[in-house]
Ligand binder design. Structure first.
Ligand code: F6P
Length: 544
């Protein structure tokens, strides 16, 4: 990869800096007043999603300059390199091919000279056959009862995607089956997830890319103990009640799961990009193979849109550039993701790993400290709940918080006038944030002078509106892929490795050192800082 000039020295970056100085006080009220078509011009569509980005603090010139920045940062070449299977995760020397997970059967995508698409479809077929057997009751537990409960044990990318997708697609799930998700090493997670389940009817999916993760292995062991205790201790029961999803067949076998019951994926799938790999086994069990394939088709449609649409009309490119515009020029620290769809209640949590584990980096690909802000903090809650808690700060606080609103034309299960009220609220919030309410307007309502400042809404608070017809499996796939690629766009321009996660390692290693210090029968010799050593001693004393 040829070395690019430092980002902040590029012509486009400098021009954006000048442009920011000239326009950052321009109010959205004026931008809309100047251009009657703004609300329809600053829009783009792809893969069933409609993006209205007109309520952002941008002009035509801003977009032109941001697109110029993308060009100067070599975005086109980087997109092609990812889709081609180049090893763009340079610190781990790995290809980044989550797009291959949803490629059609006849596609050809090579890693080290080998076409990976047939492997992808072989695993999908194996998953589908297994899911059919479980869903029809043909797959029986050890005592001959059918499986009614599925517990996915995993953490990070091996949990957040499956939980989010299960909740998002609940409308399409097999309601007679119970799905639970255990991630935390806090034993309460496992205890609460299983307390009302019958082990005779329970299937555990141990989902771990590495099959070494402390939390998952600890929970898997507890699940094994729980099952054997419930089924009279016959270890043959494990084969009927445990399956694994992993890249590590050796570790799966060591744990005691027959590798015939293992669903494979590959090191070119990052954990946080894996919900459409075999890590989605619980999703497929819940919605069925057809539903899962429909979700994959939505992912693929967004992949194709990202790969082929001109950048000026490309949803992930536009959203990535806008996120960068706010992070680097307006110095916004966070982005709020606010789905007006209860089924997407875990979507912000899912996005936190996707966005922050990917772009929470402080050095460039060549290891140099960056001199600009990288990944923003993502957070959010479904609307309208957030309106009655933290929206106050977004409307009237001192920080700029760009918002992504997500809404659908149709409720999946309409109930009276609820949906109209929901949509009225999301539209109202975006309008209020953008245009606010001036002191004059407040005064005209008869507000006493002393109260006026408190009731003023400055407005000029930016938001995107992502709109779709209804939340189908395909739309969920498109939505996730939209954010995956938006993250890519930002990381590509920041010139960082969006696909490693070294920042999680230090804490993991230190925990491994502390565990024996907490558990040792004899007082251990501690060599931590005085705070950590003191806390270890207090814990030990309390547990005596
Ligand atoms: O600790 C971070 C991480 O490595 C994530 O990137 C990953 O999704 C998660 O842990 C779980 O890892 P695994 O699937 O290997 O258990």
């Amino acid at each position: 990869m040829s070395e690019l000039p430092p980002l902040t020295t590029t012509t486009a970056w400098r021009a954006l800096g000048d442009h920011y100085t000239r326009m950052h006080e321009t109010h959205l009220r004026d931008l809309f007043a100047r251009d009657a078509q703004r609300g329809t011009r600053f829009t783009a569509e792809g893969a069933g999603l409609y993006l209205d980005y007109s309520k952002n603090r941008v002009t035509d010139e801003t977009i032109t300059l941001l697109l110029k920045l993308a060009e100067e940062a070599g975005l086109r070449g980087k997109v092609d390199a990812m889709f081609r299977g180049d090893k763009i995760n340079i610190t781990e020397n790995r290809a980044v091919l989550h797009t291959a997970l949803r490629a059609p059967r006849n596609a050809v995508i090579k890693v080290d000279g080998e076409n990976v698409v047939p492997q992808v479809h072989a695993v999908l077929d194996k998953m589908a056959a297994f899911c059919q057997r479980v869903r029809t009751g043909e797959w029986k537990g050890h005592s001959g009862k059918r499986i009614r409960n599925v517990v996915n044990i995993g953490i990070g990318g091996s949990d957040l995607g499956p939980v989010m997708a299960y909740e998002a697609l609940r409308h399409y799930t097999m309601r007679e089956m119970t799905f639970r998700f255990v991630s935390n090493v806090d034993g309460i997670d496992f205890v609460e997830a299983t307390h009302d389940l019958d082990p005779h009817e329970t299937l555990f999916i141990i989902s771990s890319k590495t099959f070494t993760t402390l939390e998952t292995m600890t929970n898997a062991q507890s699940a094994r103990d729980w099952l054997l205790q419930g089924l009279g201790g016959d270890s043959k029961a494990v084969a009927k009640h445990f399956v694994a999803v992993s890249t590590n067949a050796k570790k799966v076998a060591e744990f005691g799961i027959d590798t015939a019951n293992m669903f494979e994926f590959w090191d070119w799938v990052g954990g946080r990009y894996s919900m459409d790999s075999a890590i989605g086994l619980s999703t497929m069990l819940a919605v069925g193979p057809d539903g899962f394939r429909e979700m994959l088709s939505g992912f693929h449609q967004m992949d194709e849109h990202f790969r082929t649409a001109p950048f000026a009309k490309n949803l992930p490119v536009l959203m990535g550039l806008l996120a960068l515009w706010y992070a680097d020029f307006f110095k916004a620290e966070t982005i709020a993701v606010l789905p007006y769809e209860q089924y997407l209640k875990r979507f912000p949590a899912y996005l936190q790993q996707l966005t922050m584990e990917s772009n929470g980096k402080h050095v460039t690909l060549s290891g140099k400290q960056v001199d600009y802000a990288t990944g923003a903090i993502f957070w959010g809650e479904p609307g309208t709940n957030g309106q009655h808690s933290f929206y106050q700060l977004i409307h009237q606080g001192t920080r700029l918080i760009p918002c992504d609103f997500i809404a659908f034309s149709h409720a999946l299960t309409p109930l009276g006038r609820h949906h109209d009220m929901l949509i009225a609220n999301v539209l109202a919030q975006a309008e209020a944030l953008a245009f606010g309410k001036t002191a004059d307007e407040v005064r005209k309502e008869g507000t006493p002078d002393w109260l006026v400042p408190h009731r003023v809404f400055q407005g000029n608070r930016p938001s995107n509106m992502i709109f779709a017809d209804r939340l189908t499996p395909a739309i969920l796939g498109a939505l996730v892929a939209l954010y995956e690629h938006s993250v890519f766009v930002q990381g590509a321009i920041w010139n960082i490795d969006s696909f490693d996660q070294w920042g999680v390692e230090l804490g993991k290693a230190l925990a491994q050192k502390i565990i024996p210090e907490l558990e040792a029968p004899a007082e251990p010799v501690l060599s931590h800082d005085s705070s950590t050593s003191n806390l270890i001693r207090r814990y030990r004393a309390a547990r005596k």
